[in-house]
Design a protein around this ligand. Structure first.
Ligand SMILES: Nc1ncnc2c1ncn2[C@@H]1O[C@H](COP(=O)(O)OP(=O)(O)OP(=O)(O)O)[C@@H](O)[C@H]1O
Ligand code: SF4
Ligand SMILES: [Mg+2]
Length: 343
């Protein structure tokens, strides 16, 4: 590759929009007087570059929402940040939203960062008309006359194929698909540099889901923003994300360009996820993964996947595998892969 062609890539890597380092986020619960930590996120590190859609996948209870809540600063007891940092380019020096003063949070919310929580109603105020949610959250950042603001909102709603009449409706009066599109419009109207979306299309039927994903991709391309996109649905990741991280039992096990994850999955858990995807015209029964996901209050020693892994060996029970770069841009946490053996 020509040296000049490499430069923009290096600049992107040098200045990620978000850097998460060795994050540990636990639910500190107590049962019959015995305190225990549910280690839902345990030593996670990754970076989201400018202008990319970064995906996070993994089965239910693997810790995706806990990771996203921690990054978005939505940390309420019993959830606690136990260690590590989350550094945003637009909020340098704090190591996470939970450490930033309220005035700084006010400055960045909606303008630099918007968060679409799991569950489509959450971003819209359920007891107020949709118009009020736009006025409450977006107007303070956009300003100008109320009439001009309303015109801007209507134009933005048209982009997600919504009629202006939704502004007068309460969220519960809209269909799931309309609510999701209204939430997406609200999350993007201030053209934030960073959008965090947790299962934003999971409740939608396939046709509406495709439409909403297309709109999100369109808005992201137009504004050049970064998106951290979370879903357990690998088909959705294949459709929308540029890079993809796979989470298992509170830890990242693999990260690469999405095409690379699908074309050359390396971690045994990722290989299982890919091989269990349905294929058109292939009726052969899929082999399931034996065992169950671990209890995060008392996870297995060493590699958390070892009780279910067909390649497990002695070291996997004793030592925690760290993410190693198996090829440029392809990171895997697995002793078998990093020692050159594959299934
Ligand atoms: N409020 C809570 N108190 C205690 N434990 C919790 C709480 N919320 C989540 N957990 C536990 O943390 C772990 C991770 O849950 P999380 O919701 O982050 O998973 P997820 O990957 O987002 O799952 P899903 O795909 O179902 O949304 C699970 O073991 C879950 O039971
Ligand atoms: S580290 Fe060992 S147990 Fe874990 S995925 Fe790799 S081979 Fe399997
Ligand atoms: Mg979740």
């Amino acid at each position: 590759m020509h040296a000049d062609a490499e430069q923009p890539q290096r600049d992107q890597d040098a200045q990620p929009l978000l850097s998460v380092r060795d994050l540990q986020a636990y639910y500190q619960t107590s049962h019959a007087g015995v305190r225990r930590g549910i280690r839902a996120v345990d030593g996670v590190s990754f970076a989201v570059r400018r202008g990319e859609i970064y995906g996070l996948a993994g089965e239910s209870s693997s810790g995706k929402t806990t990771l996203i809540k921690s990054i978005a600063g939505a940390i309420r007891p019993p959830l606690e940040i136990v260690g590590g940092s989350m550094e945003f380019a637009f909020l340098p020096g704090y190591g996470g939203l939970h450490r930033a003063p309220p005035a700084e949070l006010e400055r960045i919310r909606w303008r630099h960062l918007s968060y679409i929580m799991q569950g489509s109603m959450n971003v819209l105020n359920p007891v107020r008309r949709v118009r009020s949610s736009f006025v409450d959250f977006a107007y303070p950042h956009i300003g100008g006359s109320r009439r001009r603001f309303e015109q801007q909102v209507i134009a933005h709603l048209a982009r997600v194929k919504l009629d202006p009449s939704v502004l007068a409706a309460f969220p519960h009066e809209l269909s799931g698909g309309m609510r999701q599109r209204a939430a997406l419009a609200l999350a993007t109207i201030c053209r934030p540099g960073f959008i965090i979306a947790d299962e934003p299309t999971t409740a939608l039927d396939v046709v509406v889901q495709k439409e909403v994903l297309g709109m999100l991709r369109g808005i992201q391309r137009e504004t050049g923003s970064s998106v951290l996109f979370v879903t357990h649905d690998m088909g959705v990741h294949a459709h929308i994300t540029d890079r993809l991280a796979i989470m298992y039992a509170g830890r990242l096990v693999e990260e690469a360009a999405t095409t690379e994850i699908f074309g050359n999955p390396l971690h045994p858990y990722t290989r299982h996820l890919i091989s269990s995807l349905p294929r058109i015209g292939d009726d052969a029964p899929r082999q399931g993964l034996g065992g169950a996901p671990p209890n995060l209050a008392d996870p297995p020693s060493g590699c958390r996947f070892h009780p279910r892994c067909p390649l497990a060996r002695e070291i996997c029970r004793r030592e925690i595998p760290v993410m190693g770069e198996s090829a440029p841009g392809h990171r895997v946490a697995c002793f078998a892969v990093n020692q050159g053996e594959r299934a």
